[in-house]
Design a protein around this ligand. Sequence first.
Ligand code: PLP
Length: 394
Amino acid sequence: TIHLANRVETLTPSTTLAITAKAKELKAQGMDVIGLGAGEPDFNTPSNIIEAAYRSMNEGKTKYTPAGGLPELKQAIVTKLKNDQGLEYAPSEIIVGNGAKHILYTLFQVLLNPKDEVIIPTPYWVSYPEQVKLAEGVPVFVEGKEQQDFKITPEQLEKAITPNTKAFILNSPSNPTGMLYTKDELTALGEICLKHQVLIVSDEIYEKLIYGDNTHTTIAEISQELKEITILINGVSKSHSMTGWRIGYAAGDKKLIAAMTDLASHSTSNPTTTSQFGAIEAYNGPQTAVETMKTAFEERLNIIYPKLISIPGVKCKKPQGAFYLFPNVKEAATLTGYESVDQFVAGLLEEALVAVVPGSGFGSPDNIRLSYATSLENLEEAIKRIHTFVQNKT
Ligand code: PLP
């Protein structure tokens, strides 16, 4: 028998992936399942990016690169941060890794000692607490209440800070809620972090997907002081529909970046070379596809949102970014005779053949997450099925 390490004892597998697996199983049995679980754009990677990667391979650029990424890619990221967000970083303040997820993993490994606390607002992206625990840190949850648009207040943040607090994770726009912090809100949260010298981990992976009149503010652009205590996380997965390429990066304090790079030199050696050449083109090439994809997501959102909230017992804040809806379906679950939203989700999959992710995995058990990174046709049919399911059982 194999005895696993203690550190994986409390590891919870990703709920997002579990529902996808169950949906696939039903599909394999010939059922017409609509999956709204996906966390990735449904578009192909723009062809200029694919071609640049292909060209680099033909030119023999298929060898190891520096552990923290190619200098040309770091430079492309430096330029992107300057042009898009007005942020000045040196290449030594950038590390490229195998996706933002892996960058975050590496960050917590070099940052946390046992019992160090990391403040995570709920609802949260499923991997944050697990990654903190894997680094022997302690996740401390602060409730982003639905009536507060799922956002936390500076008072809540300050109350959660202890002498052991090392970092605070900010994810705006948020997966799963799609909510966006305003500049004023970020300024107020930032003041608390400055006062207590708490590192801000700003996950901006959905930065390019912002809808309506909303704009994205990065907390690092508010002041030099805030920039110094922020580590910014981003990547090409969601912006350029490159989830499978596995390229993400961090920008921040040189010492932190150097430690992360040293760790990467012993774990990954480098992010996949070909993917890095694709990412260089993603940042340096034309950005038209980014805009086209964003427009498509926004159109879908505007069509399905009113239909979603017309379902009995379903309440939903309109998302401002990302590609998820996070409705509260507690009442719908009760109306249809389910004891919990988890059971409602299971019923929905088995009887209505619609796969959604239960909010429990995001620390918000009354909600479900629907991804609109799928065709409008699928979305309309899925919403119709959910509506019928609720109506027929009520
Ligand atoms: N952060 C958030 C909030 C996400 O939703 C995701 C992907 O689902 C990531 C980070 C990781 O992205 P990747 O590892 O593909 O760069």
